[in-house]
Design a protein around this ligand. Structure first.
Ligand SMILES: *Cc1c(COP(=O)(O)O)cnc(C)c1O
Length: 369
């Protein structure tokens, strides 16, 4: 049997970044720009099961050009954040949900499922090793990126018999530079992100590769993000490239597109189902058509729209644009526009739990160190 990651080899980085440079980075980390001094690695083969769990200095991986992932994209990942609380303790939000989702993604991509204790052990080991990299302060966190890929050197097409699991970490400030300014959304009518029976519900790199061209088109249209519809009818709202969507209705209810098999089951999305109900809103999961979005913003039936995900938390949606038209949410898009009240309340309820400012009534927070 495999041993626990807690018994992993630990190789201290002999050249960690100097404290003053690290502190300067933590002042204004942006997103995904800087990486901590260490990383976690483990290997899997059918014979050994999971093995060789280790913390080593952060650095490049050396890959044979025939490494399977470079050709067939057998790869999955996760994203979560570690938060510094006022008393100096460090916590992560619902890591058990990330562990379970990574197992579901692994299943879809024919990768081996990582045991939950290995997942939790790996993120704990890395955060403990790089604890000084957890930024302190409003909206800051240490973004944790577990990922797994086919590392067998083989060009035949079948599931890899050597798989590498790794965790890296990157200090994070606010995801969108504008803060809580509403984002603009480009409706992709030409492309879908995922199809029924495809990999849309798995958190795999391939889904992101397929979203880059439509995202590029969104950027060319002056929009921040791209929205995708279902692939069969091009009618039902699915999600953004990396965030789920919520619609607030004039009767106070909040609606999110029901899981379709091609929508990624966001942990933020799931948490908001509970938090919105806690705040007294009726919460509805059902199909939302693109016409409902357009007409609802025009008529005032939809009062607020927001996108949600670990990286950007909860972000108001201002305007939806498509070839030949646009629909502006009630909370507007001007330079002085902000977030609507329901969006703001839900966002606060979530981040207050994450940063330890509100009672963790649903037992979501997991203390790391
Ligand atoms: C990760 C992701 C989300 C958000 O999931 P969270 O668990 O809330 O971070 C939404 N959509 C896609 C496509 C994603 O990859």
């Amino acid at each position: 049997m495999t041993s626990s990651p807690f018994t992993s080899r630990h190789e201290e980085n002999p050249n960690p970044l100097a404290a003053e440079q690290r502190i300067a980075i933590l002042e204004n980390p942006g997103f995904g720009n800087y990486f901590t001094d260490h990383m976690f690695l483990a290997e899997w083969t059918p014979d050994t099961d999971w093995t060789d769990a280790r913390i080593v200095p952060y650095g490049p991986l050396s890959l044979d050009p025939a490494t399977a992932v470079l050709h067939y994209a057998q790869e999955i990942f996760e994203g979560m954040k570690a938060y510094a609380h006022a008393d100096g303790s460090v916590w992560v939000f619902r890591p058990d949900a990330n562990a379970a989702r990574m197992q579901r993604s692994a299943h879809r991509l024919a990768l081996p499922e990582l045991p939950v204790d290995w997942f939790l052990g790996s993120i704990t080991a890395l955060i403990e090793a790089d604890r000084d990299w957890v930024p302190v302060g409003e909206e800051k966190s240490l973004y944790i990126r577990p990922f797994m890929f086919a590392s067998e050197v083989f060009l035949g097409v079948r599931p890899s018999k050597h798989v590498t699991y790794s965790v890296i970490a990157s200090p994070a400030g606010a995801y969108f530079k504008g803060g809580l300014k509403p984002v603009s959304i480009w409706l992709s009518t030409e492309f879908s992100r995922a199809a029924a029976g495809g990999t849309g519900a798995a958190k795999c790199g391939g889904n992101y590769a397929a979203s880059l061209l439509p995202q590029q088109q969104a950027t060319a249209q002056g929009c921040d993000q791209v929205a995708f519809l279902d692939s069969a009818e091009h009618k039902w709202v699915e999600e953004l490239g990396g965030m789920n969507l919520y619609f607030v209705q004039d009767d106070g209810s909040v609606v999110t597109p029901e899981l379709s098999g091609s929508i990624l089951e966001g942990i933020t999305r799931d948490s908001i189902l509970t938090l919105a109900a806690d705040l007294g809103h009726e919460v509805i999961q059902r199909k939302v058509s693109i016409d409902e979005w357009r007409e609802g913003t025009a008529s005032g039936k939809i009062t607020e729209i927001f996108a949600c995900g670990t990286a950007a938390v909860v972000t108001p949606v201002g305007v939806l644009k498509w070839v030949g038209g646009e629909a502006v949410s009630a909370d507007g898009t001007g330079a002085d526009a902000g977030a609507g009240k329901v969006t703001t309340d839900i966002r606060s309820a979530l981040v207050d739990i994450q940063y330890g400012r509100a009672e963790d009534r649903h037992d979501w927070m997991h203390r790391v160190c």
